[in-house]
Design a protein around this ligand. Structure first.
Ligand code: TXA
Ligand code: MG
Length: 331
């Protein structure tokens, strides 16, 4: 299959509609990362997405809709706090999980009985979703476990030959996936942290909890149990107070002829003062925006990426740290 990259315009939207309505998949930009979308009502189209990515079939997909889509067609029992959060932060990088009406294909939610809904703010994503006017089931447009794509080129390098069309909407500025929030209970529960932070949710909903997977427990958001976001080279993660150990690994590796790069925030880069550095930025937002871009740049150059966690890990940094530790996980 020949894979083409096209800007978002009348022609490419027409092509997208043909592909999606014919049971195929199209990659499209969002403000977080690129998605790989299929018609959420079409079970075999959704199953095909799992095949293309090599994704485990118990890890459910998020359904994307345009801002005027009638959510009561898809989900029920939307609590008041979720309506308030929608008003405050949508369209935007917040995915909310509700009880499903059972309207979408069973493969979308892996029979969980719930459905994750996302209304992206990216202009290209909105145009795509409005033009097609169907709920679009879409995971990130990478091969399963690899770093999520934030440019059309990243999607191409993972999925070339496997899909027909990639809509190019420039670099995804958010840089890490949406916050996933369970809205099926009395209090919202963060299942995956992201750009809409716990503090932002608490401000609107009053309360908010964070879900942590305990050993042996069945994951409420199955994506949490898998290795993720990993570059195709060796990675090591060090805490801020372990910078000397990280620098020791850096020197040792480069001396042995294994090219190592240090991945860190700007302040740590300044202290470390080494040549081979991938700088992520000065704060959580900048670091999120650059994280996957730099991990992909790093895997091209390095055989070892040594990541150093920044000192401050609040707000958006929670999401960045979650991705960094998964990228550096060994199983
Ligand atoms: O920003 C994003 O969310 C991107 C863009 C493309 O929209 N999408 C994305 O999809 O990150 P994916 O498939 O890579 O991650 C979806 C996450 C997984 O952790 C999955 O387990 C969780 O959402 N999820 C999906 N449906 C769920 C449900 N019904 N209940 C709990 N978790 C769910
Ligand atoms: Mg993903």
């Amino acid at each position: 299959m020949n894979t083409v990259i096209l800007p978002v315009n009348e022609y490419s939207l027409g092509q997208s509609k043909k592909i999606i309505c014919g049971g195929g998949a199209v990659a499209f930009p969002t403000e977080t990362v690129y998605g790989l979308g299929a018609n959420a009502f079409d079970n075999s189209a959704v199953e095909n997405i799992f095949k293309i990515k090599g994704r485990p079939n118990d890890n459910p997909l998020i359904v994307h809709v345009h801002k005027d889509y009638d959510l009561s067609l898809l989900v029920k029992d939307i609590p008041d706090y979720a309506r308030a959060l929608s008003k405050a932060y949508l369209p935007g990088p917040l995915t909310m999980v509700f009880k499903s009406c059972g309207a979408v294909a069973s493969a979308v939610s892996c029979r969980l009985g719930t459905l994750a809904i996302r209304i992206p703010s990216h202009e290209g994503a909105q145009r795509f979703l409005e033009y097609i006017d169907l709920p679009i089931a879409a995971p990130s447009a990478n091969i399963s476990k690899h770093v999520s794509p934030v440019t059309a080129q990243h999607v191409y390098s993972d999925l070339n030959g496997k899909i027909e069309l990639i809509l190019d909407g420039g670099k995804s500025e958010g840089g890490i996936e949406s916050t996933v929030l369970d809205c099926t209970g009395e209090i919202p529960v963060i299942l995956r942290s992201g750009l809409i932070t716990r503090e932002m949710i608490e401000k609107v909903a009053g309360r908010c909890e964070q879900y942590f997977l305990k050993d042996g427990e069945r994951a409420r958001s199955p994506g949490m149990k898998y290795k993720h976001y990993s570059p195709n080279c060796k990675t090591m993660l060090f805490a801020f107070n372990e910078l000397q150990d990280a620098l020791y690994e850096y020197e040792k590796s480069n001396a042995e002829g294994v090219t190592a790069y240090l991945l860190c925030d700007d302040k740590t880069a300044q202290i470390a003062a080494v040549d081979k550095v991938l700088k992520l930025g000065k704060d959580g937002e900048e670091m999120a925006s650059n994280l996957y871009y730099k991990l992909r740049e790093g895997e091209e150059k390095a055989r070892l990426i040594i990541a150093v966690a920044p000192e401050n890990q609040n707000g958006v940094m929670e999401g960045v740290m979650n991705r960094l530790s998964k990228a550096c996980k060994n199983s």
